[in-house]
Design a protein around this ligand. Structure first.
Ligand SMILES: NC(=O)c1ccc[n+]([C@@H]2O[C@H](COP(=O)([O-])OP(=O)(O)OC[C@H]3O[C@@H](n4cnc5c(N)ncnc54)[C@H](O)[C@@H]3O)[C@@H](O)[C@H]2O)c1
Length: 249
C-alpha cells in the first residue's frame, strides 16, 4: 500500500511545493484548497511528474464538518493516512485597535482552528492504523519574533501562528509514539501571499537575511518532506525555523 498525504492549501505557494516534494517521495496526495482551478492544475502536474494518485477537494479549512468528511473520504479511497500537512493560512495586517472581532476570529480560524479541524479528523485514523504517522503544521517566524515585515506581522496572525506551536507541543505528548507532530516557522518566503502583503522593499528585506535572499517555497517543502517521510526521523513536538537567519527587518 502506498504512502498517503493530505496537504491543506496545496493549490499554490508553499503548499504546492510540499505536495510536489511529498509526491517525489512517492506519496499519493490529497489537496484541499479554496482555489479550484489552481488546485486542479497542481494535482495534474504532480500526477504527471511523479505517477502518484491525487484527490482534490474544494473547501474552506475553517469548516470542521467538511474537514471530517474530506478526511474520511481520503481514508476510504486510500485505506490509510500517513501524512497531514496543515499548510493553509492567511495573514491579517490589521493592527489590534483596528481589527474587528469577526476579523480576529477569522484569522484564528484560518490559521489555527484549521489545524485543529484536520488533526481532529485525521488523528483517530492515524492512531488506529499500523506504523507511525506524521503531522507537520505551518506556523511562522511571526509566532516567535512578533513580526518579520511591517505588513504581514500583525497581532491576530502572530497569535494564531503561536497557537500552532502550543498545539504541536502538547499533541506530541498525547499522540506519541503513534504520531510524530512538528511545526515549521518560515521567515520571508517568496510566494503570492508575501507579494500581496509586504511594504518593505526587496533590498531592505534581504539585507537582514544572513543567507542574502528570500526563501523559496522549496526551501520549506524539503524540510516538510523530511519530517513527513524520513524513516530516521526522531523529532516530535518541535518547531523548526526556515528563515535563512532573519536577524533584522
Ligand atoms: N510566504 C511566507 O513568507 C510565509 C511565512 C511564514 C508562514 N507562512 C505560512 O505558510 C503557509 C502557506 O503560505 P504561502 O505563502 O504559500 O501562501 P499562499 O497564499 O501563496 O498560499 C496559501 C494557500 O492556502 C489556501 N488557503 C488560504 N485560506 C484557505 C482556506 N480558508 N481554506 C482553504 N484553503 C485556503 C490559498 O487558497 C492558497 O492556495 C501559510 O500558512 C502561511 O501563513 C508563509
Amino acid at each position: 500500500m502506498s504512502t498517503t498525504a493530505i496537504v491543506t492549501g496545496g493549490a499554490r505557494g508553499i503548499g504546492k511545493a510540499c505536495a510536489e516534494a511529498l509526491a517525489a517521495k512517492g506519496c499519493d496526495i490529497a489537496l484541499i484548497d479554496l482555489l479550484e482551478d489552481d488546485m486542479a492544475a497542481t494535482a495534474k502536474e504532480i500526477a504527471a511528474a511523479h505517477g502518484v494518485k491525487t484527490l482534490t477537494f474544494t473547501a474552506d479549512v475553517t469548516d470542521f464538518a467538511r474537514a471530517h468528511a474530506i478526511v474520511d473520504e481520503v481514508a476510504k479511497a486510500w485505506g490509510r493516512i500517513d501524512v497531514l500537512v496543515n499548510n493553509a493560512g492567511a495573514p491579517n495586517p490589521k493592527p489590534i485597535l483596528e481589527i474587528t472581532e469577526d476579523e480576529f476570529d477569522r484569522t484564528i480560524a484560518v490559521n489555527l482552528k484549521s489545524c485543529f479541524n484536520y488533526i481532529h479528523a485525521a488523528a483517530p485514523i492515524m492512531l488506529a492504523q499500523e506504523g507511525v504517522a506524521r503531522i507537520v503544521s505551518m506556523s511562522s517566524l511571526n509566532a516567535l519574533s512578533g513580526g518579520v515585515t511591517s505588513a504581514v506581522s500583525k497581532h491576530s496572525y502572530a497569535a494564531a501562528k503561536a497557537g500552532i506551536l502550543g498545539l504541536t507541543r502538547s499533541l506530541a505528548k498525547e499522540f506519541g509514539p503513534k504520531i510524530a507532530i512538528n511545526a515549521i516557522c518560515p521567515g520571508v518566503i517568496a510566494t503570492d501571499l508575501l507579494k500581496r502583503m509586504i511594504t518593505n522593499s526587496h533590498d531592505s528585506l534581504v539585507r537582514g537575511i544572513a543567507l542574502g535572499r528570500m526563501g523559496a517555497p522549496e526551501d520549506v517543502a524539503s524540510l516538510v518532506a523530511y519530517l513527513a517521510t524520513e524513516p530516521h526521523m526522531f523529532m516530535t513536538g518541535q518547531h523548526f525555523v526556515v528563515d535563512g537567519f532573519q536577524w533584522s527587518c
